[in-house]
Design a protein around this ligand. Structure first.
Ligand code: UDP
Ligand code: MG
Length: 312
């Protein structure tokens, strides 16, 4: 194998002071055995704890391999990934969470696959969800069903962001400059051949995940809006169905009047319910359109995806 290959490892961190040193020593153990050069890009996503000092500590010890980037505030993991990808200079780039939920001993396998097999990326899929509530697993499964139905971009169920990519694929990802970044979709949208390694879920080494169910739900909705326009056509279908129902209703009223001229007016309660139902559906459709307009609004403003305060 080629000694000259450089592998960049991108690590987004948000309030991870405990995990950073654990992560570095665990990954270092693996990379020291590998036949390649490495660079680490720790991205401090506006942490409020001592994450940045931990990164500086590592940098002091190993200024050749360790780099860090610190944001002016929390911009979110997707922004941190993008910043890391932009900063990375390796021939291969790996993306890893700092909480050691992404097993470091996969790195040599990923590298080997990229070198010897005909793949452009190696990703990871967890095949179970130990330590996660049933309700949450159920919601995730429904999300993957839904997004894969409405989007042409395939979103692999259980795929984590942990992956290694070739320079060519990284450049393709970087060429997507959208403001709202749904990485799972972006990695798939750019194409290229990805092999998925499977593994069992591992729980965090330290700290806590800040993903609650509501946040995950919003993330899922965003992902759908970013990679599908099907929700926009919902209004057309709802409109069509209520139009047909209304026609049937009108026919029914006319025929009843002819057959039984004495029939009196009835059904105020059902009338009110129907008005509320239709009104609700209209608001829902306007809301969906609003979401897309919001995305257009954010995109046309061309705000930076992240702002760097410190970089080494
Ligand atoms: N993260 C980040 N910015 C955020 C939230 C999370 O950079 O706003 C990082 C976090 O430090 C970790 C990775 O993204 O390295 C995954 O986060 P987490 O473990 O909370 O997510 P989960 O593993 O539960 O999907
Ligand atoms: Mg995690």
């Amino acid at each position: 194998m080629n000694k000259q290959d450089k592998i960049s490892i991108i690590v987004p961190c948000f309030n991870e002071e405990e995990s950073i040193p654990l992560f570095f020593s665990a990954v270092k153990k693996v990379t020291d055995e590998m036949d390649a050069k490495f660079e680490f890009w720790f991205v401090d996503d506006g942490s409020e704890d001592n994450s940045l000092s931990e990164m500086k500590e590592l940098y002091k010890k190993d200024p050749k391999e360790v780099h860090y980037l610190s944001f002016s505030r929390n911009f979110g993991k997707e922004a941190a990934l993008y910043a890391g990808l932009q900063a990375a200079s390796g021939d291969y780039v790996a993306v890893m969470d700092v909480d050691l939920q992404d097993p470091p001993d996969f790195l040599p396998r990923m590298y080997k696959i990229l070198k010897t097999e005909n793949y452009d990326a190696v990703g990871c899929r967890r095949i179970d969800r130990t330590g996660e509530s049933k309700f949450r697993s159920f919601l995730s499964d429904r999300f993957y069903d839904a997004i894969n139905k409405v989007s042409k971009t395939e979103i692999v169920s259980g795929a984590r962001d942990y992956r290694m990519m070739t320079r060519q694929m990284v450049n393709a990802v970087l060429s997507m400059k959208e403001y709202s970044r749904f990485s799972k979709g972006i990695f798939s949208w750019v194409g290229f051949k990805t092999k998925y390694l499977e593994y069992h879920n591992i729980e965090r080494v330290a700290g806590e995940s800040d993903w609650n169910t509501w946040k995950l739900f919003k993330y899922a909705m965003n992902g759908i809006a970013d990679f599908s326009q099907v929700p926009l056509s919902l209004a057309v279908w709802i409109g069509l169905v209520s139009f047909i129902l209304a026609m049937i209703g009108i026919l029914f009223v006319i025929i009843r009047r002819i057959v039984d001229p004495s029939s009196s007016v009835f059904g105020w309660a059902s009338l009110v319910s129907i008005i509320l139902l239709v009104g609700g559906l209209q608001l829902l459709c306007i809301g969906i359109i609003g979401r897309y307009i919001g995305k257009i609004y954010m995109q046309v403003k061309e705000r930076p995806i992240y702002i760097v305060k410190e970089k080494k």
